[in-house]
Design a protein around this ligand. Sequence first.
Ligand SMILES: [Cu+2]
Length: 177
Amino acid sequence: MASLAQNRTRTPAVTLRLAALAALALALLAILPAAFAANESYDIVMKNYSYTPDHMTWHVGDTVNLTLTNNSTDKTHEVMFGKGDLRYETDSFGAKHPHGWTTKLFDSPDQLHFMKGQKIEELMAAMPMITLQPKGGTMTFTFTVPDKKGTWSYACFEENGSHYADHNMKGTIDIVD
Ligand SMILES: [Cu+2]
């Protein structure tokens, strides 16, 4: 009864202001997690012969904004996403070299949106394969994390696959709910 009595003594203006604040707080609580939790941002730096970071955790349905930068002073590096057995390509001398995986993370080039970049050696959206020149080659792209839960890899197959096969230039991604 005491609180009721207190409420009655408040002026209508104060009560209205409190109600407005409460409504605003509720609105912010509803909006903020959606604005921040739904987006993930990563800067991956490449050098001879590694990625930093070499592990990421992505959430299904999130929008990821990813910037790749090649800080090597002398080597071209790339990123390819996938898993499973290695995929091989045959060169003009008939020799086979590892180049990506048999299972691709992205099914269609439409899933990736390339935003900006420079010193790009090669860009094959269908793989996808993003190859960047040394000393600052960079590419920023966005995508929605596909509903493919599990552990995936990213790696560089430059110089006839030797960056991966001989130097273990790779990283892993866990896709979770
Ligand atoms: Cu490389």
